[in-house]
Unconditional design. Structure first.
Length: 109
């Protein structure tokens, strides 16, 4: 039986607010999917070091899937856009100035 994460990765059915984790040491959250179908994620080991990273659907699928075996190295946890927005707000309020500037620029482009 395929797991939920692998089904999402295979079908490219990513949605705004999805949260993935790897053993509570790495988090990847989908902040937005823009009109050009670019997925904007927040990812990192803690909220304070999360970075914005952009992917196409296929690039994100390739990123979370193992290369040599069927499966994914992260697990789908939940879809919760309110929590993802809370992480972004916390990052914007508590990050260092260069990081906040880069984050805001990334959100605009």
């Amino acid at each position: 039986m395929e797991n939920k994460t692998y089904q999402i990765a295979q079908s490219l059915s990513f949605e705004k607010g999805m949260i993935f984790q790897e053993m509570f040491t790495f988090w990847l959250a989908i902040l937005d999917i823009n009109d050009n179908d670019i997925i904007i994620t927040l990812q990192g080991n803690t909220i304070s070091n999360m970075k914005l990273v952009k992917y196409s659907r296929q690039e994100l699928s390739d990123f979370i899937k193992y290369k040599s075996i069927e499966g994914c190295w992260v697990d789908y946890k939940e879809t919760n856009i309110d929590l993802v927005n809370k992480w972004l707000k916390s990052k914007l309020e508590n990050g260092d100035i260069e990081d906040i500037r880069d984050l805001k620029i990334s959100l605009l482009t």
